[in-house]
Design a protein. Structure first.
Length: 268
């Protein structure tokens, strides 16, 4: 029996035998089975859920830590649950010898941890225009919040005065002490209501003993910068503050000398 050469183009084609097995499929050519696809999808879905739970859990834990801090709780309480300040809008406040009445936002109470945000909202509701008055009566409170309130007052071009208002719209004397004085200093014009009092005192640092000096220096620098920006004699003001740990009530002449009061009103 003679074998024929297949390459000659003649004779019968060679039949594949058992030794002629097809080459194995490469990994890239192999199609995954449906069961394998389902398994991969399940694992991907599970990993996504686990990652989501970890992210949410970490965020909630951090949020709980932040909210549980005393200062954070004081902020939320003051902003949403129990405002430390109260307000009223007087469309025609009589400040005596100004010659005409002005719209005034009357605020009273202690300046709390969220008073600046609260105050912005009250100003937006009041629709005051430059030259209108923020009439305040407060024993003080949070220094940082008072400074922000003063910045807001100045940005709106509003005047400030210390007092309360009676049923007839007439301004009566009151007091503004400690942190309140910094909010008062924000007025573009700062009226001196006869009988009203401005009180200052040495501030106390809440920092640990080893940080108290640096904290005092930092706060003093911020106070000096703020007062200078508002046109108050910062050196005279800080000197008056540093004189005593108790409230020092400034006379009209003292407040005028340091330019804290820019427009004293005459007694009626």
């Amino acid at each position: 029996m003679t074998l024929r050469d297949d390459q000659s183009g003649h004779g019968e084609a060679r039949r594949p035998g058992p030794w002629d097995r097809p080459p194995p499929l490469q990994a890239a050519d192999r199609r995954p089975r449906p069961s394998e696809l389902m398994s991969e999808r399940k694992w991907t879905s599970r990993l996504s859920v686990i990652a989501f739970v970890l992210i949410v859990g970490t965020t909630l834990i951090q949020a709980f830590k932040d909210v549980s801090r005393p200062e954070a709780w004081a902020y939320w309480k003051d902003l949403y649950f129990s405002h430390s300040l109260t307000s009223a809008l007087a469309s025609e406040a009589d400040l005596g010898d100004l010659g005409h009445r002005r719209s005034a936002l009357v605020i009273s109470g202690e300046i709390g941890a969220a008073s600046a945000s609260w105050f912005r909202d009250r100003l937006d509701e009041a629709h005051l225009v430059p030259g209108d008055v923020v009439l305040m009566s407060s024993p003080g409170g949070d220094l940082a919040q008072a400074v922000i309130m003063g910045e807001v007052i100045r940005a709106h071009g509003l005047a400030t005065a210390v007092g309360v208002i009676d049923g007839a719209g007439k301004v009566k004397p009151s007091h503004c002490a400690s942190a309140c004085v910094f909010a008062f200093a924000g007025g573009a014009t700062r009226f001196g209501v006869p009988g009203s009092r401005l009180g200052v005192h040495r501030f106390v640092s809440n920092a640990a003993d080893h940080d108290a000096v640096s904290d005092t220096q930092r706060t003093t620098g911020q106070i000096l910068g703020y007062l200078t920006k508002m046109g108050v004699s910062s050196s005279s003001f800080v000197e008056a503050m540093s004189a005593s740990g108790d409230i020092r009530w400034l006379g009209t002449q003292d407040a005028r000398a340091m330019n804290l009061i820019t427009d004293p009103l005459r007694a009626q």
